[in-house]
Design a protein around this ligand. Sequence first.
Ligand code: GDD
Ligand code: MG
Length: 346
Amino acid sequence: MKALILVGGFGTRLRPLTFTMPKPLVDFGNKPMILHQIEALKAAGVTEVVLAINQQQPEVMLNFVKEYEKKLEIKITFSQETEPLGTAGPLALARDKLIDESGQPFFVLNSDVICEYPLLEMIKFHKTNNAEVSIMVTKVDDPSKYGVVVTEEATARVESFVEKPKHFVGNKINAGIYLLNPSVLDRIELRRTSIEKEIFPKIASEKKLYAMVLPGFWMDIGQPKDYITGQRMYLNSLREKSSQELATGDNIIGNVVVDESAVIGKGCLIGPDVVVGAGCVIDSGVRLFGCTVMRGVRVKEHACVSNSIVGWDSTVGKWARVVNVTVLGKGGHVADAEVYNSGALI
Ligand code: GDD
Ligand code: MG
């Protein structure tokens, strides 16, 4: 089976992290975002993943692919746009890569969502319903920033699909995970076009679009606040599935992941909901909660980081406070005793 991951866009909402790293390679839970997806695809029997890219920094992506093709034993190829083709155009561009002799359906994934990826169940769902397209859906409190689906109660068939609705139509939203029959490719022209606005509504009107309700947690982690919330959900699910990956000790509270190469000083209090990356040095007396501290970060004595993201190789000075959805890009520097609050970008 094959899969395509939509890896385009500029990741502006995750700046300054995305100044130095394409959004799909930004770490989440101590590994690049799309690695969570590629691992799930591999586990569901996918043998080839096409990354639909349109951005700068292709060499960073190239290095990533080289490293993980080997590690995961899966074929990863690129389909590169010369101009952004939206969320459907890239499928037309990669048409030849997606069709195989067996006529099997293929997966398409948005690259900035995190969940448990029940892909084998999705294949079953798709076959049972004899769908042309199956999409994963989930319920959220504020559906206005997503694609909303209205389904027929008894059958899971989608009656209508409305992208970013202005008025309330329902709270079941598109989770950004699709299974498509190859016939869908005949519906997509090679131009900038939106799968949510132009393709799904048409297929829904022909009664061939089905929605599977995603069990477990789900989050679009393309914005700092949602990234932090998504991390809490992800760590919670790790607790349920494989709690041996979580740190333990007197100085640990709740769900915390600490890379084995990180050094934690005396008298720190870490957690809940914290991820500490490889090679980090956390000095004594530091307080961390609800935050990510990425690879190579140094947090000096008695500093406090909460509800924030500290990008690779940054330094947080002694007694400094980085709080309230602050994001430090790669190599960010917070001086001793300095305070960053409320969405500061460094
Ligand atoms: N290759 C390529 N080219 N990829 C693109 C392009 C493009 O021109 N534009 C966007 N993408 C990729 C993004 O990287 C992301 O993985 C995916 O397409 C969706 O784009 P977003 O910009 O993240 O869209 P969104 O979050 O506003 O809405 C989408 O996701 C929601 C779920 O998170 C829609 O699919 C909604 O219906 C959905 O509810
Ligand atoms: Mg998104």
